[in-house]
Design a protein around this ligand. Structure first.
Ligand SMILES: O=C(O)CCC(=O)C(=O)O
Length: 252
């Protein structure tokens, strides 16, 4: 699998994808939250006032702790082997996160790296998007800035005069219109680096656009801040090599 700035592939059969999609819908009914999503001045740049009030995101973390189908997905042998080719041989699952753009005004993502959301010491970290719907320019397919992972971790805007906001890159320098669309089919998997700059437009279709992000890292790539800091994850490929003086994992 070639990794320039992102790579796309199929790992799940139609039946497996149906099961994942149905379970996702159940998780939405039972557990997920629908909110305004990310905050920040970028909302006024990309949306008029009326759309901005309506734009929402349905999200939840760690689906694999709630569903056996998603637990099987994160340990899918072919998927894990592919991630292992990119950052292996040793691979640890860090998180899973559902992103659903509701119909008509489903949440836009300004250009950003994922690094500020779960900071790690180096680039041995791969994000994997599992698509549960076909994506295109109408429902807001994922878009990448080609070659951007080579810049490493960038400083993001996190504060405005109104207080803190969701990390994002300056909209006058990093523009959605300069990014490369990566439309996908239901069941497709798209992989990219924690340092790849990406974003997506609003969902303007009359159906939800559903995907789940899986984060995998080299177990020696130490997390320094953000989502699930300090929590050990499943070792899905290889072995957790013990470093000089390293203690056993702390689970609590
Ligand atoms: O769901 C999307 O369109 C964007 C997702 C995203 O930005 C992310 O997973 O970091």
């Amino acid at each position: 699998m070639r990794m320039d700035f992102c790579a796309s592939h199929r790992f799940f059969s139609a039946e497996e994808t149906d099961e994942l999609a149905n379970t996702l819908d159940q998780l939405v009914d039972d557990w997920a939250n629908t909110t305004l999503g990310w905050s920040g001045p970028w909302r006024g740049v990309y949306m008029d006032a009326e759309t901005e009030k309506k734009a929402k995101l349905t999200a939840m973390h760690d689906l694999h702790l709630y569903s056996e189908a998603w637990c099987r997905a994160v340990t899918n042998r072919n998927l894990v082997d592919a991630v292992s080719q990119l950052i292996g041989p040793n691979v640890e699952l860090h998180h899973t996160t559902m992103h659903i753009k509701p119909p008509e005004t489903g949440h836009l993502f300004p250009m950003h790296q994922d690094h500020p959301f779960y900071e790690h010491e180096d680039g041995r970290y791969i994000d994997v998007l599992i698509h549960l719907d076909d994506t295109n320019e109408v429902n807001g397919e994922i878009r990448f800035l080609a070659g951007s992972h080579k810049q490493g971790a960038l400083i993001h805007i996190r504060e405005t005069e109104k207080g803190s906001c969701s990390p994002h890159l300056p909209t006058d320098i990093y523009k959605l219109e300069d990014s490369v669309p990566v439309p996908a089919k239901r069941g497709d998997v798209v992989c990219f680096s924690i340092h790849t700059i990406h974003g997506s437009y609003l969902n303007r279709s009359n159906k939800a656009r559903r995907l789940v992000r899986l984060g995998y890292r080299d177990p020696h790539n130490v997390q320094t801040a953000g989502q699930s800091l300090g929590r050990p994850g499943l070792l899905v490929a290889g072995y957790r090599q013990r470093r000089e003086g390293e203690d056993l994992l702390k689970m609590g």
